[in-house]
Design a protein around this ligand. Structure first.
Ligand code: SF4
Ligand code: SF4
Length: 143
């Protein structure tokens, strides 16, 4: 069962007890990326296969981080991102957006805000599902 609505995302962000300055600092530390390198050309979003499913396009996520806007952390984008690296390949500034998205997810996951719960699965389903799919779904939601 997923907890995937804006209200729960806003309350999870509040529960982190981090200012957006601290969030951006942590994202940069975890991802090894400088989010301020992005100059908003939009190449990443133009090539993202999941952009249509995202509340904020990949370049808009970076813009929100640059503006210290909480929308970066409450949008579903980081959980939709499939880490396909199309954005990283296309970025003229060498920003690895997949790593930025992973850094953002890690901030939640390290506080045990899981977005998928195994409780809704039967023992039979857990036995039959590919283990890699279960592990991947616990780290993010991709659809
Ligand atoms: S890594 Fe994520 S944000 Fe980048 S193109 Fe792939 S799905 Fe989109
Ligand atoms: S491709 Fe790179 S520079 Fe262009 S908007 Fe995306 S992250 Fe920013």
């Amino acid at each position: 069962m997923t907890r995937f609505n804006l209200a729960s995302r806003e309350s999870e962000l509040a529960a982190l007890e981090l200012s957006m300055d601290e969030v951006v600092e942590k994202v940069e530390e975890l991802s090894g990326q400088n989010v301020f390198e992005c100059y908003q050309c939009g190449m990443c979003s133009a090539g993202c296969p999941l952009a249509e499913e995202m509340d904020l396009l990949p370049n808009q996520v970076l813009h929100a981080l640059q503006m210290k806007d909480e929308a970066a952390m409450t949008a579903n984008s980081m959980w939709i991102c499939a880490s396909c690296y199309s954005c990283q390949v296309r970025c003229p500034k060498g920003v690895d957006l997949a790593k930025v998205m992973e850094g953002m997810r890690q901030i939640y996951l390290r506080k045990r805000f899981d977005h998928v719960s195994l409780d809704g699965l039967s023992h039979r389903e857990i036995r039959r599902l590919p283990q890699i799919a279960i592990v991947a779904s616990l780290r993010k939601k991709t659809g």
